[in-house]
Design a protein around this ligand. Structure first.
Ligand code: PRX
Length: 697
């Protein structure tokens, strides 16, 4: 049964957290050099000109053959863009820049140890490395067009080299964030049907050289249990010629890439001409059930969309030094470190490590040293840097013309520090709202055309036409002060094509709710459900309030509560587990875990430790709960459902509301005391996403 959730909130309630903010205009210096200063772009990308408007983005690319159909809706809601077109993503990101830019840096790599020199990979060097590795993938690993290969790699230049080599061959890459556990990686290997896994021996993080190859052994084993055999593990070396892992290479299965590459020195591989609609990559993300979804992104549509948005929203020119601090293991890194910037012949910076090691000045030293002028990060990092070193940016001589925030709502006071201190009052900021599924930005200001509003993502980007629906499918227009489910009316080229191997889940999750006619081939009948609640101000700027499903946005990354709960339930003594979001000063939200024990077991510190360990092993450290509360019983409805809303209210010291209709109202006070201590604490008016969390409607 579909969950019914009420997202209706009055403006007065929201104003507790969000006041109308003043508008801030970009500087004339920014505007005078911006890629997009023509307000006519909105008219060109209006619904009247849909879908032909997207030719403007596709024309930023080099095609072997133009498409004959701009948008094919015959398999609705699996939209096909640029049908008949032939293109190669690697060619567009590398080869075509050689004439003009071969000696320009494509990638600047900053290792974590500050005494290790930066590496500049020129476009020519990238071309050579990608070709040699593509030859290895084809001739040594036997990979061909349409095969899937899983990458479990950290932030090293070999990661984009691997992605581009796959793209050159038409092999579908599925990069799993390096911080995910071997077990998580193995599940994704199995789901995607990869028989090759590409990894590295080790990488630096927070002052330690982390052994990463051990995860490959766990991943191969986890995949085998799910019926997928990995026959080759290809291992890059953090330091070629050395080996920094306690796990020895497995004879006949594991191969050190640098050794094998010697056979392919000087090799050249013709880029494979791909249909625009052929998949380029998979990117897994969390949903409401425990199983992650492999979002399948296309070649032509995706690349056109990220090139267009990189040019106009990120304002990237080939002369710029652009630094997005995200990890390539997430969609932000795919779209806005690798594919978008490289399609535009930019210099893209990647760094190894964490923002605050060895100290809170590191980011600004990097910016100064490399003369970065476009900076891109998430609110969680801004909060972290603000806390650890509020005065650090002023000590360094760098100047950003443009900055991005992405991944979660940013509080206006955090936005102001970003603007005044990090951006030194000079940089235009874009607050970009989008998702793994959407490939690229959905909402943001066009930086030279519209003023910034702290805490608001801005209007929709050109060619995106959002609509906010209430539960009954009525539109909530501008200035109504009511929040609802934000949807996108129209398809766009960057949108994912389906969930890998699960079209039904794709349709159910993203289209079923507001579809007007399931047999329709008209895109107008298929609004895309983003899964976020939002409201639209009078001036056309959207405010994103957060997820409407059981997904917690931790430090800008999505974690499904079901994934955490299933991991906890693998601990023998645990009978029930429930996860709720708790407000966290740095991460925005963090998971709070409630567990109850099977009869005969006593609450102990060891149980808590085992839960944390199970989560780290099955998902990864990013999912570590903030607290583990062992409770005698869970608050439940009469039908036996755990009332997560009550637990969320307790974790966040918010009003618990009426619990008299529960099956066991008496347990609530006991849990409250356990979490908040004896005595009454002052209640907070918590944020709206938490107030609604787990609401059974
Ligand atoms: O809830 C929204 C939030 O992050 C979710 C998407 O997460 P993910 O697929 O991991 O992609 C993150 C990077 C694009 C959204 O459903 N979100 C993303 N950007 C913003 C945001 N919330 C508010 N403001 C944003 N700028």
């Amino acid at each position: 049964m579909a969950k019914k959730k009420s997202a209706e909130v009055s403006e007065a309630q929201i104003a507790v957290h969000w006041q109308e903010e003043e508008l801030i205009h970009p500087s004339p210096q920014f505007v005078s050099q911006a890629n997009m200063t023509d307000p006519g772009i909105y008219e060109r990308f209006s619904l009247d000109n849909f879908p032909e408007c997207f030719k403007e983005y596709a024309d930023l690319l080099t095609w072997y053959q133009y498409w004959d159909t701009m948008l094919d809706t015959s398999d609705a809601p699996c939209w096909k863009w640029f049908v008949g077109g032939l293109i190669n993503a690697c060619y567009n990101c590398v080869d075509r820049h050689l004439d003009k830019y071969k000696n320009k840096a494509a990638i600047l790599f900053v290792p974590e140890p500050e005494d290790e020199p930066h590496a500049a990979v020129t476009y020519q060097e990238l071309y050579v490395r990608v070709n040699e590795f593509a030859a290895l993938l084809r001739d040594f690993a036997g990979l061909e067009k349409g095969d899937r290969v899983t990458l479990h790699m950290p932030m090293v230049p070999e990661l984009p080299v691997t992605m581009l080599a796959c793209a050159r061959l038409g092999v579908i890459h599925s990069e799993v964030f390096g911080g995910f556990s071997g077990q998580s990686c193995g599940e994704r290997v199995a789901d995607s049907g990869s028989r090759v896994l590409i990894t590295i021996d080790a990488y630096h993080r927070n002052g330690k050289l982390i052994d990463h190859k051990v995860n490959a052994d766990l991943a191969v084993e986890a995949a085998r249990k799910s019926g997928q055999i990995v026959d080759k593990v290809l291992v890059w070396s953090r330091y070629p010629g050395q080996y920094h892992s306690a796990s020895p290479p497995v004879e006949g299965r594991d191969f050190m890439i640098n050794d094998v590459l010697a056979d392919y020195a000087g090799a050249r591989v013709d880029p494979v001409r791909m249909a625009a609609e052929d998949p380029l990559f998979l990117m897994y993300t969390s949903g409401t059930t425990g199983r992650p979804k492999g979002c399948q992104h296309s070649t032509g549509g995706y690349l056109a969309y990220v090139a267009g948005t990189s040019k106009y929203i990120e304002d990237i020119h080939p002369e710029d030094v652009y630094w997005c601090m995200a990890d390539i293991g997430w969609i932000t890194g795919h779209s806005y470190i690798v594919y978008g910037p490289l399609a535009l012949a930019a210099t893209t910076v990647m760094y190894e490590g964490v923002p605050t090691y060895p100290d809170a000045g590191r980011a600004w030293r990097i910016a100064e040293r490399l003369d970065v002028n476009i900076f891109h990060t998430a609110p969680t990092t801004v909060r972290m840097l603000r806390k650890a070193g509020p005065d650090e940016p002023a000590k360094y001589d760098y100047h950003f013309k443009h900055m991005t925030t992405v991944g979660e709502p940013i509080e206006p006071e955090v936005w102001r520090w970003y603007y005044d201190v990090v951006g030194k009052g000079e940089a235009a900021i874009v607050d970009t709202w989008w998702q793994t599924e959407t490939g690229g930005f959905l909402c943001s200001t066009l930086p030279a055309l519209q003023p910034m509003k702290p805490g608001s993502t801005g209007p929709a980007v050109p060619g995106i036409h959002p609509v906010i629906y209430d539960e009954n499918g009525e539109e909530l227009g501008a200035g109504t002060g009511k929040a609802g489910n934000i949807c996108i009316r129209n398809p766009w080229p960057g949108a994912f094509q389906t969930i890998w191997g699960d079209r039904e889940r794709y349709v159910d999750t993203y289209y079923a709710k507001y579809c007007r006619d399931k047999d329709s081939k008209d895109w107008r009948d298929w609004p895309y459900l983003t899964g976020d609640a939002a409201l639209l101000a009078e001036d056309g700027y959207y405010r994103i309030l957060g997820r409407i499903d059981d997904v917690i946005n931790v430090a800008g990354h999505r974690l499904g509560t079901k994934e955490l709960e299933s991991a906890a339930l693998t601990v023998e003594e645990i009978a029930e587990a429930a996860v709720v979001p708790v407000v966290d000063e740095i991460k925005g939200r963090a998971p709070d875990m409630y567990i109850s024990l099977k009869p005969g077991f006593e609450a102990s510190k060891e149980t808590e430790t085992r839960v944390v360990k199970a989560i780290e092993e099955m998902i990864g450290k990013i999912a570590r709960p903030k607290h583990v509360h062992v409770v005698p019983d869970m608050p439940k409805t009469r039908s036996g459902k755990i009332m997560r809303r009550v637990l969320a209210a307790i974790s966040n010291t918010m009003d618990i509301g009426d619990v008299s209709t529960l099956a066991n109202p008496d347990v609530v006070e006991g849990i409250r005391v356990l979490v908040q201590g004896e005595g009454k604490v002052a209640l907070k008016k918590g944020p709206e996403d938490i107030a609604r969390f787990g609401d059974e409607g």
